[in-house]
Design a protein around this ligand. Structure first.
Ligand code: B3K
Ligand code: ZN
Length: 884
């Protein structure tokens, strides 16, 4: 909402800060519409800065400057200049000095939810990436690290709880019913980790003892009526703390760890030092209000934010281009934590599924960027799948290449060498190199080159020499600004299976003995490389990219029989699942053209049916994994393999295969459903959740039959179950069918849960993702529903986000109504909450992947958005880059 053509910031222009701030003393007089902030900063010139004695630049937005003093004396107006984005002071002393800045701001008017704002009458903050500049004038960049003290003054009645980073050190009463609390955070931090909260909050409190015996108080704050939903978050926090001690030798460092759950939040949660602020969605859970997936996500996000205390807070980023330094690493850490808590195979497959559908799409479209981007217009647009999820894969590859012990040596060195510093991705890789005596020069390209590498494997068996020649070729398609790529260093985990399904010893030509393991990691570094395995009595089946050892697209010639064989025998859980997916995806892709031309007779491939029959009949210990094996690849995944995506045909083909499988395997699905059916509202262990996941997978198949019996089964589960998992799974089946009780069930659900905002969000999503016709009209009606709050990102995401990102067949309706609907709301949100608006708009980014008519319609809407007056930097960047 500023200059017409916002400026891009480039990594190559990075220079160290001219001035450093050692201490920050903040004094907040909190008021809903007129908060006064007094900031006292101890400032000094940076001895390591290049320039000499330039202006002191302090960022600041939407602030009213009241007074400015230097070393206690008013600073003359002639010696500073003010722009809408910064305050520049000229002629400041060479020696360290005190700066006192008094500003005013209006939290109530802050609907962008960045800086200081109000959520359900509670004050809270969000400073990452650049929200602190909406609180006071400051050198708002992560390489300026200071020690903070914060005093909060507010009305005692409305704001009995006053929180900030660190430990409370003093408090008192004032006249007019106001009170104050002073906080001190002994650790140096960048301003993006600053936080405050003030409100009428209830607290769940427990004690924790660290491995070395220190006592830490754990507190979770929520609105009083939500206190009974904080137990799982508390347990998750304890689990995360223990895990980080055991896995990385990292202990918590303050005496107090606080988490506050707020309703209005732009993302999942925020790792502010000692005072995490969370979206309620990732804290609150009770068996009747939250699903198993919610329980898992809560544990994952609580872990993620906790792990940031070391990877993000103690060691932070030098600049925002290094975002993946903390995010990629912390996602890797949270993934491993979750894997240890639930089912490792399922956690890995869930992560890869998301990467392959969403990150691969990002990497092949106009918004593609390296894990360490080179430029940005609005940094908030770079909290992407690439920086987070691909960044985590890059860290995982280091783990694979160096082994668990080598990785730990590298991380130990990283914590030791860089504690208290703001560093780069390169510094991290350097620690891995130094601790292990390896050269990762080529590996570093994963940080600088965008795009998903393609790996082509070609295996030739030679019976005479009993050897297998494996030729590996890699290439990476061009991405914006990077037409040509250098080869990557790719860890390729492989195994070989004999005709009986047993693993074969892996001995490469020239080696004295076979590899000790049945999976070995090949280092693929050249554009084309050959590996020869010897001593193979018969032609083996290659199991490549085990565990998804690198974020690449793998191409191997494999017959359907080989895929079925792998799906039945591969001991590698990932490849076993992936072989089934590939078999199903191929079957779907073969069906798609028939739908496109309206052909009706479509035989279900006997091999696919056979594979599924074996999967459904098998006795699996990990039921959750079995559920995944029985799930067809998503429409997004199948569509991604097409030259031009045909959403209706893909949807129709998938529905048809699903229904055919249900028809042929009805008895098996029903038997499995019954075997797993139980109503355990008190259990959230991996085995119980696995049974629920499998049972609900079966229910979804049975639902496709649309028989009276299957309809009744779904309604019975909906009405009689006590867990939200089972109720929502049943409701989803009901909503996506012609069940006569559809509307009644939806209404019952709403009536029961209308006071629980998060559950209302589920009610929105379930309707927004319905694949039947008429969904857009319903979504429009729901926007007008009294329960819908346009200013609450959770609601926007569960309705507009779910419709545009998780309902391809309706969003991509041929008439373009879905696109126009999305653009309307992006334009509306552009002024209310730019971050959310920009995020929503990315549903139109992959327009080139569709047919000509859809391309035209999607572009039309992107152009309409791009032409909006008062366009925010966030929306501008997404619209312009998408169109380029
Ligand atoms: N670090 C925050 C994300 C901040 C997003 C700012 N637009 C949460 C996280 O990744 O843990
Ligand atoms: Zn994070």
């Amino acid at each position: 909402m500023r200059e017409p053509t916002p400026r891009a910031i480039h990594l190559k222009d990075y220079t160290p800060p001219e001035y450093l701030v050692d201490t920050v003393d903040l004094f907040f007089e909190l008021d809903e519409e007129n908060t006064r902030v007094t900031a006292k900063l101890r400032v000094r010139r940076n001895p390591d800065a290049g320039g000499g004695g330039g202006e002191l630049e302090l960022c600041g937005e939407d602030l009213i400057l009241e007074t400015l003093k230097l070393n206690g004396r008013p600073w003359a107006a002639s010696r500073y200049r003010l722009t809408p984005e910064a305050l520049f002071l000229s002629g400041v002393p060479d020696r360290a000095f005190d700066l006192e800045i008094v500003t005013r701001l209006n939290p109530k008017a802050n609907t962008a939810l960045e800086g200081l704002y109000l959520s359900n009458g509670m004050f809270c903050t969000q400073c990452e990436a650049q929200g602190f500049r909406k609180i006071t004038y400051f050198p708002d960049r992560p390489d300026v690290m200071a020690v903070y003290t914060t005093t909060l003054v507010a009305d005692r009645d409305r704001y009995p709880v006053l929180l900030s980073n660190g430990n409370p050190i003093a408090q008192g009463e004032l006249k007019n019913g106001r009170h104050w609390v002073k906080w001190e955070d002994p650790f140096k931090k960048p301003c993006y980790l600053f936080a405050l909260v003030a409100g009428r909050l209830a607290c769940l409190e427990e004690d924790y003892r660290t491995a070395s015996g220190r006592g830490v108080k754990l507190q979770i704050f929520a609105e009083p009526h939500d206190l009974d939903k904080c137990g799982h978050a508390m347990q998750s926090l304890r689990n995360a703390m223990r895990w980080d001690e055991e896995t990385y030798g990292r202990e918590y460092d303050l005496d107090l760890y606080m988490i506050v759950a707020v309703n209005h939040f732009n993302m999942g949660a925020m790792e502010n030092k000692g005072l995490n602020i969370f979206n309620t969605k990732y804290v609150l859970a009770r068996p009747d209000t939250a699903t198993d997936t919610d329980y898992e996500h809560i544990e994952g996000v609580i872990g993620h934010e906790y792990f940031h205390n070391w990877t993000g807070n103690r060691i932070t980023c030098r600049d925002w281009f290094q975002l993946s330094l903390k995010e990629g690493l912390t996602v890797f850490r949270d993934q491993e934590f979750s894997a240890s808590r639930t089912s490792r195979p399922v956690k890995r497959i869930d992560s890869v599924n998301m990467l392959r559908t969403r990150q691969f799409a990002e990497d092949s479209g106009p918004l593609a960027h390296p894990v360490r981007p080179e430029s940005y217009i609005e940094i908030n647009n770079f909290y992407t799948m690439t920086v987070y999820e691909k960044g985590a894969e890059v860290v995982r590859m280091l783990h694979t290449l160096l082994g668990a012990d080598g990785f730990r040596r590298g991380s130990d060195l990283y914590f030791q060498r860089h504690d208290g510093q703001a560093v780069t991705c390169d510094d991290f890789v350097k620690c891995m190199e130094d601790a292990n005596g390896v050269d990762l020069a080529q590996f570093r390209r994963w940080y600088s080159q965008a795009g998903t590498p393609e790996l082509h494997l070609h295996a030739v068996y030679d019976a005479a020499s009993r050897s297998l020649a494996l030729t590996v070729r890699q290439n990476c398609p061009p991405t914006p600004g990077q037409p040509v790529k250098q080869p990557f260093h790719i860890p390729l985990a492989v195994g070989l299976l004999g005709p009986d399904g047993r693993e074969l010893p892996l001995r490469l030509e020239g080696e004295a003995a076979p590899h000790p393991e049945t999976t070995r990691v090949l280092h693929v570094q050249a554009q084309e490389q050959r590996f020869r395995f010897v001593d193979l009595p018969a032609k083996p089946v290659v199991s490549a990219l085990r565990g998804f050892s690198a974020p690449v697209k793998l191409h191997v010639e494999r017959s359907p029989q080989e895929l079925a064989f792998l799906c039945a025998h591969d001991p590698d859980f990932f490849n076993r699942w992936d072989a089934g997916q590939e078999l199903a995806a191929r079957a779907l892709l073969r069906l798609v053209p028939r739908w496109a031309v309206g052909e009706t007779s479509k035989p279900l491939e006997p091999l696919l049916l056979e594979v599924f029959r074996a999967l459904v009949a098998g006795e699996w210990e990990d039921r959750s994994y079995q559920a995944l094996l029985l799930t067809l690849p998503s429409e997004e995944y199948v569509g991604a393999a097409m030259k031009a995506i045909e959403p209706e045909a893909v949807h129709a083909a998938r529905q048809w295969v699903k229904r055919e499988l249900a028809v042929h395997l009805e008895a098996d699905f029903l038997r499995l459903y019954q075997a797993c059916h139980e109503d355990r509202r008190d259990r959230f262990d991996a085995a119980t959740m696995g049974r629920r996941r499998l049972k609900n997978t079966c229910l979804a198949y049975l639902g496709e039959l649309e028989t009276r019996a299957s309809q009744r089964l779904a309604v019975r589960q909906f009405r009689e179950s006590h867990t939200m998992t089972d109720r929502i799974a049943a409701l989803s089946v009901i909503v996506n069918s012609h069940n006569p009780e559809r509307e009644v069930c939806l209404d019952e659900f709403y009536q029961q849960w209308k006071d629980e905002s998060l559950v209302v969000g589920k009610w929105f999503s379930i309707q927004a993702t319905c694949h039947l016709p008429g969904t857009l009209a319903r979504v429009r009606a729901l926007i007008a529903h009294p329960a819908f709050d346009f200013k609450m990102p959770n609601h926007v995401r569960s309705l507009i986000g779910a419709f545009s990102q998780s309902n391809p067949v309706n969003f991509h309706a041929k008439d373009g109504a879905g696109y126009a609907f999305l653009a309307d709301h992006v334009i509306e949100l552009n002024t209310i909450n730019p971050q959310i608006a920009a995020r929503l708009l990315t549903a139109l980014t992959p327009w080139r992947r569709y047919d000509d008519e859809r391309q035209r319609l999607m572009c039309l809407q992107l152009q309409r958005v791009a032409g909006t007056s008062n366009i925010s930097k966030d929306v501008y960047e997404v619209a312009m880059k998408s169109l380029s």
